[in-house]
Each structure stands twice: as structure tokens, then as C-alpha cells.
Design a protein around this ligand. Sequence first.
Ligand code: B3K
Ligand code: ZN
Length: 880
Amino acid sequence: PKTIYLKDYQVPEYLIDETSLTFELYEDHSLVHAQLVMRRNPEAGPGLPLLVLNGQNMELLSLRLDDRDLTAADYLLSPSELTVQPDSASFTLDSTVRIHPETNTALEGLYKSGTMFCTQCEAEGFRKITYYLDRPDVMSSFTTTVSADKQRYPVLLSNGNPIASGDGDNGRHWATWQDPFKKPAYLFALVAGDLWCVEDTFTTMSAREVALRIYVEPENIDKCQHAMDSLKKSMRWDEEVYGREYDLDIFMIVAVNDFNMGAMENKGLNIFNSSAVLAKAETATDAAHQRIEGILAHEYFHNWSGNRVTCRDWFQLSLKEGFTVFRDAEFSADMNSRTVKRIEDVAYLRTHQFAEDAGPMAHPVRPDSYMEISNFYTLTVYEKGAEVLRMIHTLLGAEAFRKGSDLYFERHDGQAVTCDDFIKAMEDASGVDLTQFKRWYSQAGTPRLDVREAYDAAAQTYTLTFKQSCPATPGQPEKQPFVIPVELGLLNAQGVELPLRLQGEAEALGTSRVLSLTEAEQSFTFVDIAEQPLPSLLRGFSAPVKLSFPYSRDQLMFLMQHDSDGFNRWEAGQQLAVQILQELIAQHQAGKALELDQRLIAALRTVLENDQLDQAMVAEMLSLPGEAYLAEISEVADVEAIHAAREFARKQIAAELFEPLWARYQENRAISRERAYVAEAAEFARRALQNIALSYLMESGKDEVLAACLEQFEQTDNMTERLHAMAVLVNSPFEAEKAASLAKFAEHFKDNPLVMDQWFSVQAGSPLPGGLARVQQLMQHPAFNLKNPNKVRALIGAFANQNLINFHAADGSGYRFLADQVIALDGFNPQIAARQLAPLTRWRKYDATRQALIQGELKRILASGELSADVYEVVSKSLN
Ligand code: B3K
Ligand code: ZN
């Protein structure tokens, strides 16, 4: 495969003003007629160069240029392109192609999921549907007619508004849709199926009524209400917070079972993985409810950040994704607990994006090259991209940021633009120069920030010195300093926050403020500081960096109790736990008996006994840093030591804090027993605490806890309690109860694929010995299907990413298994195959033996035969 570079970008030679498509869908093939009204792009220069259209996996049946039928002598056909010589600056190109959605297992382009037809075009799937200029800077209006058998496919959908429909011959029928907004082909969508829909309406800020429809397979009609509620909240929020109104008369969502990712923002016709839509108390956990709310918002927000203003080229992907993730995170923060949302996002970023940044696939938020764009829908583009937007928001302030986003949408409505255009709008609206800040878009890697303090009692000054650096990443040996916003406060010995006045300032500016670092090393001196303070640094995780400050354990315990910033209270607890766990890891490695620093117990006891604290915060603070995070921050990750240390700490906590945990569990379980399930923040919080308490309690092995766990498993109206009780049993030594609950659960939910995904995941993630054998056995289960991405993620993905101790088995069996699955998957779904590779790309983190084993598997994949560009790119870069 060849590498595409950002620096080679050129405007398109031709434009497509109007696209008219007619689809004839049949069981053994489909026909696509396309009429493209085209013209020479005036910006591309003079003359009439060759017209090169993208197209693959299709059979060209006819081609016509204006009134002339073209024969094979008139065009050039390659496996990926169709080349024609136009004879005037404006022309119409008509084509008919035959395609095979019924055998399309890559789930890109037009394909079948179960009995329904659906599409996925982003990034480059439209070229599998018809010959086209498949690039986001070619924007066209679309009129789409779909015809299919009426009985099998009573519902026929595409983008925009329905304008006509009727019956055809042979039991067929058709419908025509028109999308008045110009869009790139990646936002095209089509659905045909036997679907039911839940309907509602939304009245926009200018009093227009929009019809809302969620289409699902009939058996799921009872699981749409939460998604509908989330959609309406999102529409209101985007009006209130960003001034963005919906623009069509109808907004549709379709849930499909076979989908490569979470969801897709096609104009007016979003297509969702059913796991990102369907929820009701009995079948979906609190986490699933929250994920659905966030994804609904994300895809809806794309209508402006992505669709009305789109990307010029795929290097600009973070323009829409980083911005939209930032928008959905703020929405979720407003709907639920802001601090908890931030904690979850930061924990995820530090565990997974930081690992990506430290690995062979590291790339800037705006990459400069790629082989396969599908590989760049990454944590860096999405999550770090959102952090970059958050920093702009922090640096400019909410008001100037809003002015900037208004200017961006107004200036670029209907255009395909770049990250530079976005920054320019922010600069123009705020007057802030973001030239240096833009390094966040071009430099890869996670910056380190070392902070040192100096207190001068005589002068009553306190100086913080910040030193930033950023490790080398592939292709980028040296980095220039970033602009790093550091929000901070200073606490005195009573925990009171001091007024913050920097040397040279006339007066103090509050007790929490943002310092903007711009140099490799920089000092800030605060004046009027009467005693040695304790700094609270990087509040709210104000920049995606690895900060280090030599806190003592006692200082961290102090911050856990007194910091006014909720995020930093949690962060102090995490740092305390990290220090103590690292000590246990070192003891394990030295072959010594493990001995837990009792300060961790004391700190958690204080948290548990504090009934003023939000229960979700209590749950977060009780959660020890995950094994994957502990691996990420290790020089060399020793999975056995990490696992042993963490398990030891959990057992100690369970033993020492049994009483307060038991009290908290019982009080919440009693409430759960009385109340019907409600999907709202306070209840999520309550159940989160109840469940984490139960996990600790089960470590005690006591009979009364086992009884409580079984009672929770049996006597509940919701999946949050049932699944957690089952997960806890699965990880316990109670073999009989474990087997019984798994069997009962599977029997009850065998017809619900999303619930069975949970059943697979719980088992795949269990750290008990024999993990690989269990997974291999589960792959034989009738509910498992390698062709379904949700199943792959639930079983193979959960094993490789959430079961470090089994996956990294010293004999390399986990690696061999994963490589086998990647090779198998690549034969029919390259995107999913490439995604599963992530854990194998992190080989540098492990000891020499494991490094060799992983590299051996990567080489075996490389030699296994013809690979997709997706897998080839990840494997070859990982071996470099
Ligand atoms: N834009 C889509 C992602 C498409 C991925 C294509 N391989 C979903 C989203 O970010 O909203
Ligand atoms: Zn997105």
C-alpha cells in the first residue's frame, strides 16, 4: 500500500454539483445508477485534465458522458479507479454498476446486517457503491431512489426529506429522498429493511417542528426510549450552549447489529450500532445507558461540527472528531456529574491514549501521513483532539470560545475546511494568538511536566518551576515547547486556599487560576505567601500531560481531603494508590512478603465514612488504578507483579474496611430493592457505590457476602445489579454458584445478542487462571460469531485488553491466539482485524522474552499471506 501525505494535498480537478442515485436492491446483487452533474473546478486551473473517479469491488455495466454512450475504448478501468476524458467544462456522467452487498463482510459501503440493507461510507466506503470523487472536499446535493421487495423491505430510507414513493412491478416498491444540504459522499446513507420506529417531535429554538424517528427491528421496539430522551436533550443543549439549531424536517436513527464502530453521523439518517441505541433497565447497565446518551449526543452534534462544516481532507479528521468529543463530554458533564465525567475521561485517556502516544503508531492530532485512513480513527484524533479543544476553551474562557465557535460556523457553513481555519476563527474572535498552541496539532507524544517548588519564608514568596519535555515519536526526534495551561491553587496548613498574586501583579486574582506555560523551563513566583503552601496542580486535568511533583504520601492524603477541586481530590487519591502499589510491585519483584502502607486504608476509610461526598465520587475514589494504567506508567510492565500487588491491596482493603463497606453496601442494596430502576445520575452514583462495595466484600470469602451477592443476582429489576453480581461470582472461588449463575443468565438472555455480549465479556475479562482456554471454548458457543464486530470486541477484545494476566501468559499463548484471530478476521473484515492488533503494538513495554514472543507473532502475521492495507500498516509500523 502507498503512503498518502498531507503536504501533497491538491484541490479536486472536478466538482460534483448534483448527485442522483437509484438503487435496485435484490437478494443476489444490487444495481446502482448514478447521474453526476459535474464541472471543472475553477480553483484547479485551466484546461480539462483527465477525470479520475474512485471505485472498487464493482462491475461497470454502462457509462455515458452527456449524450454519448462510452465503450471500453473510451475509458480506463483499474481495480480502484475509472478514468475518463471530459470534453467540456460542464458535463453529466451516468453510470450503472453491479455490487454485492449480500456478500460484503467488511461492513463498509453497502452491506447487509441480518435481513436489512445499510451503509457505512466514512471514510472511503462510498467508492464501493458507485464511481465517484470520494473525498470530503467534493460536496454535492443528493437525490436518492431506493427500490426493493416491498414485503421484505417495507422501510426505505436515505438522507434528507422523503419526496415521493410508490409501488413497482413484482411486489417491489420505491421511495425517493432528497437532501437539500450539500455534503461529501462519506455522509451518504441508505437503509432498507423490516423496521419499526418510535416517533417523537422536537420544537426548535425558532419554533420549527422536527420529526424524530428511531428505527429498530421489531423485537427491540421496547428499548428505544432512553435514546429518544437523550436525542431530545442533545438537541436542546446544542441550541442553548452553542446556538446550533437542527436544519431538516426529520431526523432519523437506525439501529443495526453488525457495525464496525459505535455510530455514524450521516446527514439526517444516523446509523448506529444497536449497542449504542438499545437500552432498558432489564437489559442494559448504567454504563450502557450513559454511553448511549453520550453517543447520541456525539452523532447529533456532528450535524454542525462535521456535516454543515466538514473536513477538507482526512488529515483534518480531528477538526470534527476532537471538537465533537469535546462537545459531547461537556454535554454529559451537564447532564450528570461533571467531576465524575472528567475522572472517567481522564482515566481512559491516560490508560489508552498515553499508551498509543508511547507506541509505534504514535501520531499527531493532525497526522501528516497514512497508508489506510481507517487506522487513524484513533484515541489521539478523538480523545487527545478533545483535550486540545478543552485547552483552547480554558485559555480563551467560555465566552470568547463561544464567539469563536459562532464565527467558525458562520464563516465556514457549507464548506470543507482545515484545523487552521478553526484556529483562525478562534483567534479572530478572541484576539488570542494561537500560533504556538498549534504545535498540539503537529507534534505527537505526551509531554512531561516536572514541577519543583521553592518557598522563601523571609520574602514570603513561593516559586514554582515548570520544566516541560516530550519524548521522541516515530518521525519526530525533537519537539518544540507546547503551550500548556496549568490550572492551580495553593493550600495552607489548614487546607484554606490562598489568594494568588504573581510577582508584578497589583492584586490577587482568585484562589484558582490558569498559568499558561510556553517555554521549556519557566518559573512563576507568588507573593504574600505567609507560610509554606501545598500546591494543587493541573486542576481538572487542564492539559494532557504527565505531571510530576514530589508529593509525600501525607501531602496526598491532605489534598484528598481538602482540595476544593474535585478532580484533584480524586487525583491525589490515585497518586497515593500508585505510590503504594508501586511499592508492592517492587516487593513482589524482590521476592519479599508484601506489606501494604496502612495510609491507603486510612485514606479510603475517610472516604467511605464521609456521607457528605457524592456517592459516585466515593465509588471513583475506592477504585484502584487499573492494571493497564499501572502497566502504562511502568518503565517495563511486569504484569504478574502488577496483578499480584493490586490483588493483595484489594484483599487488604476488603479485610480492613469490611464493616464500612458492608454498611454502605447494605444501605444501598436496601434502596435498590425498594425502588424501581431509574436511569439518572444520582441513581447511577448509588449503584456504582453499591457494586464496588460488593466487589471488595466478596474478596473476604464470607458466607453472608456470597448470600448477598446471590440475592442481588436473583432479585433485581435491572442489568446493573444482575451483571455486576454475576461478574463478581465469576471472579470468585465459588465454582458451583458461578456455573449456576452463568447458565441461568445465558438461558434467560440467549435471544438478546447485546446481553450475551456482556456475558462473554465478563468471562473473557476474568483474571482467574485458564483464561485463554475459557475464551477458546466460548468461541464455540452458539451465540458467538466472528463475523459480528460486537462479538469480537466482547470476547477477543475484552480478553486482550482487560485481562492482562492471562493475555500476557509467559508462554506467549495469548499472543499466538490474538495473531490467529487477526489473520482470520483480516480475511473478511480488515478494519476490525486492524483494531484488534492494538495490544500487540505495545510490545516495547514488556520484558525481553515477551518482546520476542510478540514480535514473532507480528512477523507471522506479516508472512501469513495477502494482508489488507489496514493490517499491513499497523503490523509493519509496529515492527519498525
Ligand atoms: N464518524 C464516525 C466514525 C467513522 C469511522 C470510519 N472508519 C463516528 C463518529 O465519530 O461519530
Ligand atoms: Zn465523531
